[in-house]
Design a protein around this ligand. Structure first.
Ligand SMILES: NC(=O)c1ccc[n+]([C@@H]2O[C@H](COP(=O)([O-])OP(=O)(O)OC[C@H]3O[C@@H](n4cnc5c(N)ncnc54)[C@H](OP(=O)(O)O)[C@@H]3O)[C@@H](O)[C@H]2O)c1
Length: 266
């Protein structure tokens, strides 16, 4: 797969990990299609990527939770004749707190964006990739995908979906020229983490050494995507945690996460 002038579509590119991924893809010679609700942030990103990396950047301001948003995006791309070589499913929502105390609508929005939209976009772009016999998909999961996380039950379950889905697809697509990568960051310094720290006292005690730099996470995600690595966990502490989970019985993992989760929800 040559890198010059291929197109990467990145959801949630107006901030955080998505914005940094967009910058890395542009730096590495990709043109971009960037999607999120905040048009001004996308336009500023586009301006920077054009100036610094001479990338063509198409800005698609869109609320992916709005009915018909995925269809509209597809029609827009078709009209412009844009073929997507790399799909980056990054947009996501996180909610902290006890399940029964979080508004039902917030759970629904999270499930819709983290699972349904990611799956719908993959379903839309994959047939074209299969026809062209090349393509890459980078799905942003989380270290919370590796075990249940009480006080983040819906979020962690949604990321378990992303990880399982990505691994299954990567096997279905073996030998086709298409790769699927699940990027599983731990805590990363973005607005998502800042909001959690503002709203939940427990999130303030996350030690600095557990918080990854967003640029490092994006770079690792890009490299893994390009090399066709199926699962990537950025950062040594996160790798140790993610791999150690598999060594212990589920009841023990559940029990330990329960202690921390109940404390965090207080
Ligand atoms: N930060 C962490 O600690 C961490 C750890 C592990 C995994 N992750 C995952 O990494 C991904 C990015 O998270 P982040 O930390 O970069 O979060 P963030 O700073 O809150 O960024 C989220 C991005 O998603 C977009 N988005 C949210 N709702 C949307 C909607 N309805 N339609 C379109 N775009 C929407 C936002 O753009 P607009 O607001 O402009 O729409 C924004 O660009 C998520 O999937 C998250 O679960 C984050």
């Amino acid at each position: 797969m040559t890198r010059s002038r291929q197109i990467a579509l990145i959801t949630g590119a107006s901030g955080g990990i998505g914005l940094e991924l967009a910058r890395v893809f542009a730096e590495e010679g990709f043109d971009l299609v960037v999607v999120a609700r905040r048009a001004a942030e996308l336009e500023e990103l586009a301006r920077q990527c054009r100036d610094e990396f001479r990338a063509r950047v198409d800005v698609y301001p869109s609320d992916l939770l709005a009915p018909g948003a995925v269809d509209e995006l597809m029609h827009g791309l078709e009209k412009e004749g844009r073929t997507i070589d790399v799909l980056v499913n990054n947009a996501g929502l996180m909610e902290m707190g006890l399940f029964a105390e979080i508004e039902a609508e917030k759970h629904e929005r999270l499930i819709q964006l983290n699972i349904a939209v990611l799956s719908a976009l993959t379903r839309r772009f994959l047939p074209g990739m299969i026809e062209r016999e090349r393509g890459r998909i980078l799905n942003v999961a989380s270290t919370s995908a590796f075990q249940p996380v009480p006080a983040m039950a819906t979020y962690a379950a949604s990321k378990a979906f992303v990880l399982s889905f990505s691994e299954a697809l990567s096997e279905e697509l073996r030998g086709t020229g298409i790769t699927v990568t699940a990027l599983c960051p731990g805590f990363t310094k973005t607005d998502m983490l800042d909001r959690a720290r503002d709203e939940h006292e427990s999130a303030q005690s996350i030690p600095d050494f557990m918080v990854s730099d967003v640029g490092d996470v994006a770079r690792e995600g890009f490299d893994a995507c390009m090399s066709g690595t199926v699962v990537v966990v950025p950062g040594r502490p996160n790798q140790l945690l993610a791999s150690s989970v598999g060594f212990y019985p589920r009841w023990l993992v559940r029990g330990v996460t329960g202690i921390f989760g109940r404390r965090a929800a207080r």
